[in-house]
Design a protein around this ligand. Structure first.
Ligand code: ZN
Length: 263
């Protein structure tokens, strides 16, 4: 059983600040990367116990969120960017049987979601696919869904877990913190988070074996609409071929989901 672990930084226990922890120049960014890596390693341990034979970690937080030196001995890691064009990346990811997301946050605008945002914490007001506002959880689930790989497990704050369950029927989740405001949360202890994730990942794989989670799909054609916080951002997007909807909003249509999925 081959597992692909996608990662993000904002949904990790103990992480609650963009400026100090998740931005690359944050004072405690390196410490936050170690927290994420330890949570990923707990997931790796749970997956190995459940019979995973190959594990790839996709370091998918914008500037990179993994601390390479601390990575679990049995995992490999995909880092750096820009990533290859999707057809080539898909060839690589297609060989995995299942996927999970560790350290995930809720979409922009979710009041109880710690560090909630969609793609850019500064620039994006909403991201909508065929009229439905979605966040990074649906984006990752759909990306893997296109190549037939189901997203079976997610960890993050309670709001991210709720969003995952609403998005992907049958997904297993582990909440490691509860958001009080966008930059304030109650986290479990670090060691408790690891214990929960180790068990949660193992149970998610075992549950998936008994009752498989389906890869997430949406019927085409696809229309993505992105609303930015300021009009200059929409102008810049318009120059790359997106249609202007209004001052701060752009849209793009395609029969191919992957052409529009990540904006
Ligand atoms: Zn993110």
């Amino acid at each position: 059983m081959k597992l692909c672990i996608h990662t993000d930084l904002e949904g990790v226990a103990g992480v609650h600040s963009f400026h100090q922890q998740t931005y690359a120049d944050g004072r405690y960014h390196d410490a936050a990367k170690r927290l994420l890596t330890a949570e990923v390693n707990a997931a790796v341990e749970g997956a190995l116990v459940a019979g995973a034979t190959e594990i790839l970690v996709n370091d998918s937080h914008g500037p990179g969120g993994m601390h390479y030196e601390s990575l679990h001995h049995e995992a490999r890691i995909l880092q750096g960017g820009p990533r290859p064009p999707f057809p080539r990346l898909a060839e690589l990811l297609r060989e995995y049987d299942t996927a999970c997301l560790i350290g995930q946050h809720a979409m922009e605008g979710v009041a109880d979601g710690t560090l909630h945002h969609t793609q850019s914490s500064l620039n994006v007001e909403y991201y909508a696919l065929n009229g439905e506002q979605i966040g990074e959880i649906a984006q990752v689930a759909l990306l893997m869904g296109v190549i037939g790989v189901p997203l079976i497990y997610l960890t993050g704050d309670e709001a991210a877990c709720r969003e995952a369950r609403e998005t992907v029927p049958g997904i297993a989740t582990t909440a490691v913190k509860r958001g009080l405001t966008r930059t304030c949360a109650i986290s479990v202890s670090m060691t408790k988070a690891h214990e929960l994730i180790r068990a949660g990942m193992r149970e998610a794989i075992e549950k998936h074996r008994r009752k498989p989670v389906a890869p997430l799909t949406r019927r085409g054609p696809y229309r993505v609409e992105i609303r930015f916080r300021t009009s200059d951002l929409a102008e810049a997007k318009e120059r790359t071929g997106w249609a202007r909807v209004d001052a701060k909003t752009v849209a793009r249509e395609s029969p191919e989901l992957l052409e529009v999925l990540f904006g």
